[in-house]
Design a protein around this ligand. Structure first.
Ligand SMILES: Cc1cc2nc3c(=O)[nH]c(=O)nc-3n(C[C@H](O)[C@H](O)[C@H](O)COP(=O)(O)O)c2cc1C
Length: 287
């Protein structure tokens, strides 16, 4: 394999930080202050920690040329109190205004999401932003279609006992599905609730931690949305319909390769909150 990692010995001060930080033990240093050696570059997961931690720019990595390396100061981080306020006050706001979400805000939300960590630094998460009203409607119709089919099975005298036996939980949703379909027929989309955009987060089918990776991306994106004054909620109904469908119909209709794991409905808020409230109770154990 082509060597994509080297140490510029002119710049290296042999502090050993790159050796200690590397998750794959690619770099070695025999003794404190000794020369840094590249031992097994083929094990590199391309996380860039070695480059990010080097105080002198001595780590040369093909994936991280100077234009991809940005000096920053921890002093510019949000203060802990600001972060805590964000955690306390953020909401799933479903009361959207009629105006669209400006593109510049949507791109910042996507960037925040794409910067989330991924298992083994796989970086296989894909993002599809849907803003076309016809395609948004398609998402709702797909979801209600799946729920409608489930209802039919639940109401069928022969299939009902089977559903009860194989998916005892499913029957709990009977009244929910009925209501969603009834409301939609009356012009109230309870699936996307008049969202002006939906960010679908997906990974290739074979992705081992696809669901976890996608949902971590979701949370980054949703907190960014909150900071930008954009409202969002998790499209759980859509995701549950995708899981029930099992044939990737929605992915195919939208031209998405792989599997959708999370979806963020987005819109500008019709109004803002004035209070944050406490959750029901913190379930915490210390062992
Ligand atoms: C996995 C998951 C699925 C959700 N699905 C939906 C949904 O389909 N529609 C919706 O309006 N809200 C949905 N929500 C939002 C929750 O209802 C909301 O997070 C919860 O009521 C707490 O409110 P908060 O987010 O404002 O603190 C979902 C949230 C999560 C975490």
């Amino acid at each position: 394999m082509e060597l994509m990692l080297s140490i510029d010995i002119e710049k290296c001060i042999r502090c050993g930080k790159c050796v200690k930080i590397c998750p794959s033990m690619i770099l070695g240093q025999e003794k404190t202050g000794g020369e840094i050696r590249v031992l097994a570059p083929e094990n590199c997961i391309r996380c860039g920690h070695c480059v990010a931690v080097c105080p002198t720019g001595a780590v040369v990595h093909a994936d991280f040329p100077p234009e991809k390396v940005h000096a920053f100061d921890y002093k510019d981080y949000p203060a802990a109190e600001q972060m805590m306020l964000l955690c306390r006050a953020r909401r799933s706001n479903r009361a959207f205004a009629e105006k669209p979400v400006p593109e510049a805000l949507l791109s910042q939300i996507v960037e925040a999401a794409y910067r989330a960590p991924t298992a083994s630094n796989a970086q296989e998460v894909g993002f599809t932003l849907v803003t076309d009203p016809a395609k948004l409607r398609l998402i709702t119709e797909f979801t209600l279609g799946v729920f409608g089919k489930a209802l039919k099975k639940m109401r069928h005298p022969l299939l009902r006992p089977l559903v009860k036996w194989t998916m005892p939980d499913a029957l709990r949703y009977e009244p929910v599905f009925e209501r969603l379909l009834r409301e939609d027929a009356q012009g109230h989309d309870m699936i996307l609730r008049n969202a002006k955009a939906v960010l679908l987060i997906h990974t290739p089918q074979a992705s081992r931690f696809g669901c976890q990776d996608a949902n971590l991306a979701y949370q980054n994106g949703s907190l960014m949305a909150e900071c930008l004054g954009v409202s969002q909620f998790y499209t759980g109904f859509v995701c549950s319909a995708i899981q029930q469908d099992r044939k990737s119909h929605l992915e195919k209709m939208l031209g998405i390769e792989g599997q959708i794991h999370a979806g963020m409905a987005l819109g500008m808020p019709a109004f803002r909150y004035v209070n944050y409230i406490d959750r029901l109770g913190l379930r915490e154990n210390t062992l």
